[in-house]
Design a protein around this ligand. Structure first.
Ligand code: GRF
Length: 194
C-alpha cells in the first residue's frame, strides 16, 4: 500500500464480531484524508480480517506474548504512520508501552454510559444485563480516550437512548449498537481532521 503523508492513518483493533470495525472501514473507504491502514485482531478467524484483506487493508493477528511481552507492535506500526489507534470491540487491556507511545491517540467505544457498567469483565451482554437488572431508564454509548485502566480515560462523547420496562438486554443491545454504528466513525473523523 502506498502511504501519503497528507493522509491520516488509522489502526483498528477488534476481537469480537467486528461490526463497528466494518462500519468504520466502510465509512472511510474512498475518504480523501483518512485511510484505515491496518486491522489488528487477537482472533485469526475474525471476520473483519477477511473484509479488510479483501479491501487491500493490511491485517495483523497478534497473540498475548507478542502484545504483552514484546514491543514489536511499535516496530510493526513503524512501517505505517499511525495517527489514531481505534479499539472497536478489542477486549485486551492496552499495555503501558502502547498507551505511552500513542498517548491521546487511542480511542475506545463502550456500550454503556461510563462510569457506569465499565471495567474489567464488563463487556457484551453482561453490560446490558446489568443495565436491565438495575432498572435504568437510559443507556447509551461512551467514546473515550484510552489510558492504562479499563474504561477510565477522558470521555470524548456520550450519547444516550431511552430504556423502557419492556426492553430486554437484547433490545437494549440493539439500541446501543445502532448508536455505536451511527457515531463512532464520525467521531474518529472529527478527531483526525477537526
Ligand atoms: C461494542 O459493543 C463495543 O462498544 C464494545 O465491544 C462491542 C464490539 O462489537 N467495546 P462489534 O464486535 O464491533 O460488533
Amino acid at each position: 500500500m502506498h502511504y501519503n503523508s497528507k493522509v491520516k492513518h488509522i489502526a483498528i483493533f477488534a476481537s469480537g464480531t467486528g461490526s463497528n470495525a466494518r462500519k468504520i472501514i466502510d465509512y472511510f473507504e474512498g475518504h480523501p484524508q483518512i485511510r484505515v491502514a491496518v486491522v489488528v485482531s487477537n482472533r485469526p478467524d475474525a471476520l473483519v480480517l477477511d473484509m479488510a484483506g479483501s479491501k487491500g487493508i493490511q491485517t495483523l493477528v497478534i497473540n498475548r506474548d507478542y502484545f504483552y511481552n514484546s514491543e514489536q507492535l511499535l516496530t510493526d506500526f513503524g512501517q505505517y504512520p499511525i495517527d489514531l489507534v481505534v479499539l472497536a470491540g478489542f477486549l485486551w487491556l492496552a499495555p503501558p508501552y502502547l498507551v505511552k507511545a500513542y498517548r491521546g491517540k487511542i480511542v475506545n467505544i463502550h456500550p454503556a454510559l461510563l462510569p457506569k457498567y465499565g471495567g474489567k469483565g464488563m463487556y457484551g451482554s453482561r453490560v446490558h444485563e446489568a443495565v436491565k437488572a438495575a432498572g435504568d431508564t437510559a443507556s447509551g454509548i461512551t467514546i473515550h480516550h484510552v489510558n492504562e485502566h479499563y474504561d477510565e480515560g477522558d470521555i470524548i462523547l456520550q450519547v444516550s437512548c431511552a430504556i423502557g420496562s419492556e426492553d430486554t438486554p437484547a433490545t437494549i443491545a440493539g439500541k446501543v449498537q445502532q448508536l455505536e454504528h451511527q457515531y463512532f466513525a464520525p467521531v474518529i473523523e472529527s478527531l483526525l481532521i477537526g
